[in-house]
Write a new protein. Sequence first.
Length: 448
Amino acid sequence: MTNLDFSGGYDLPIAGRPVKTVETIGVSNTMSVSAIDLHGLKPIMDKQEGEEVRAGEALFHDKNDARIKIISPYNAVVKEIRRAERRLLIEVVLEVKDKTPNKVIEPVNLEKIKEEELVQALLKTGLWRLIRQLPFNIVADPEKRPKDIYVSCIDNEPLYPDLNFVLKDRIKDLALGVQLMKKLTRGQVFLASAPSESEIPAGLREIPGAHHIHAVSRYPSGNPQLQCYWVSPLRKNDVAWHVNPQDLLAIVDTLRSGILCEDRVITVCGTGISNRRYVKAPLGSPLSTLLGKESTDGMRILAGGVLTGRQLKADGFSGLYQHSVQVLPEGYEREFLRFMRPGSDKPSYSRVFLSSLFGGSEYAMNTSINGEERACVQCGACEEVCPTEILPQFLFKAALANDVEAVQELGILDCSNCGLCTYVCPSKIDLDGIIKTSANEILKEGLV
Ligand code: SF4
Ligand code: SF4
């Protein structure tokens, strides 16, 4: 067992929490399969608009490894292929023709399955995409084996699902999932849980075969990149993998039954809506179903949280890895940066607002950042809050100068993309966005 504490981190006291009752939502008439969330994948389409697709057939695959394919969970027709600038594939929208669950593989014996059979089963079912590699947070390479695998049962990004609540009746299956992951590494399977024994589900900390991490609750302690940095750092050319516990349960359920499990428990919340709750729904569910009759005029909708989420249009769908849909009122003082960052009425990290005198309050934030980007004033707030000992104020400058050597020396590969440096910066510099763009360039050019 390892206790994990770290310097930096910060809990954003944002209002708009969901109530802890789970509403179950089935498959909608229109569903989406996300491509934009699959970092590092170069999608090649296997189906075109108007074509029929059967459950288990590939919709698209990775240009670099055709075995990594993304399958259709349903018998459906490809209704729309959504792309962004430079034909970047965002998602494939399906018109579902048959909502009954579909068998996509023969059931496997989870206790007896061998390493190579497991890899093949995950590739065949398209579930391989749920396993991601550190650094870069990209879809894992089936040819490599990781130093360690992380399963983090803490998700403390603001307003994300409480995993103690979500996982409480699934500990036995989670233990099976850990045994599966052990077949894929000669190293450790690290299982992280929250610090308080009273909060975590019975049996979680006794799951055999895992190396247990007891982490402090401060954001972003649930982040696998942060856990890797503090618990078992990577040497040059090492990789680690991570898989979300809900995704691991979907792997267990699918391989055991042969029927593709797409359901996840997500939060639908934020101060922009009133019906804030937990929802069990298939991945890629339409916002029209998740948000129901809520008006989203003048609102910003996010797949994910306010620190790391991506913006959705009103006709969008829930994301692949982001187990939260959050709605916040727009602040119209200034058009927002690349991504969401809560601003007005914000609590004061730097204690410049009165709010800093009143601890424990939660704030109904909107999307305004209250000002323009200015030059760095060397206040050190980003360095103070960074949970992986990076100096973001130097790293972002090296990134803007395209100095590949300097950004690596400054620890760009340790960045957990927690978004805190951007949030606290009084000069409104999108540090996290600049660092992410630089990391993507390094990945694209193969410069590590
Ligand atoms: S550099 Fe910024 S985004 Fe990266 S870990 Fe540090 S605070 Fe988080
Ligand atoms: S928080 Fe912003 S202004 Fe302060 S040192 Fe970091 S980059 Fe500079």
